[in-house]
Design a protein around this ligand. Structure first.
Ligand code: ACO
Length: 215
């Protein structure tokens, strides 16, 4: 199966290495609008994202390998592909419960643990060594940063970003597009569009999103 990766920054390079190591898929193109025209390096096409329409066929899967949750969502919405066209990428060192569900286009980095009945949406990033405990529900476009711990029964809305090494105690809900600072401890529900930091967290800002898609 062919894979086309969208985005060619640091996050994308991690995903490219995961796919190469797996060996099951062939990366045929890495598309990024920083490229103004198409060229080939070691047999892989590098080109602007508009090249996707020429390169995509029924034997192709796509991964949007862009770390920014908002940009990842905007690109997915712009492409109008079926969700089945997006590849979930799971590193072999990740421990994923057989009763967990992983959405399309979601990436599960090395040493992640995802426990029983956790449900991870589409286009999420579960970054290196994060822990997603039992019965979590993580909505689309959420990013759980390296070493963060979500204890049992945590839920997130869409597009949440949890900073590195943050801890969320059981049963907490993090509202859509909220941001939790690195190293924070979340012991109360966080409203949507809020930025919260510290241990325990305090809300420091309301996040204003000017795009209709996020209202
Ligand atoms: C593989 C990878 O790299 S994945 C990427 C992982 N990324 C991360 O983990 C980054 C997480 N980001 C953070 O923690 C950032 O500090 C953010 C997003 C919270 C900063 O948000 P900003 O709106 O820019 O906050 P700003 O820097 O203006 O700070 C505002 C206040 O919050 C405090 N603050 C900011 N971050 C934190 C934090 N993590 N913990 C505690 N306090 C914090 C600041 O000290 C400041 O306090 P003050 O008003 O008393 O001076």
């Amino acid at each position: 199966m062919r894979v086309i990766i969208l985005g060619d920054g640091g996050h994308s390079r991690v995903i490219q290495e995961m796919i190469f190591a797996n060996g099951e898929y062939e990366v045929v193109a890495v598309l990024d609008d920083k490229y103004k025209q198409g060229f080939q390096t070691k047999g892989i096409i590098h080109a602007p994202i508009a090249f996707l329409t020429r390169l995509f066929n029924k034997n192709t899967k796509v991964v949007v390998a862009i770390g920014d949750n908002v940009i990842r969502k905007l690109i997915v919405e712009r492409l109008h592909l079926s969700q089945e066209d997006y590849l979930p990428v799971i590193h072999p060192t990740a421990v994923v419960s057989s009763t967990a569900e992983i959405g399309n286009g979601t990436v599960i980095m090395p040493n992640v643990v995802i426990n029983a009945k956790a449900v991870i949406g589409n286009h999420c990033i579960i970054n290196t060594a994060a822990i997603i405990e039992h019965d979590n529900t993580i909505e689309d476009y959420t990013h759980i940063s390296p070493n963060a711990t979500l204890t049992g029964n945590v839920t997130t809305g869409e597009g949440v970003h949890i900073g590195s090494a943050a801890t969320v105690i059981p049963g907490i809900h993090l509202g859509s597009w909220s941001v939790i600072g690195a190293g924070s401890t979340v012991i109360e529900h966080i409203p949507a569009f809020s930025k919260a930091v510290g241990s325990p967290t305090r809300i420091i800002k309301r996040i204003v999103m000017d795009k209709k898609a996020f209202s």
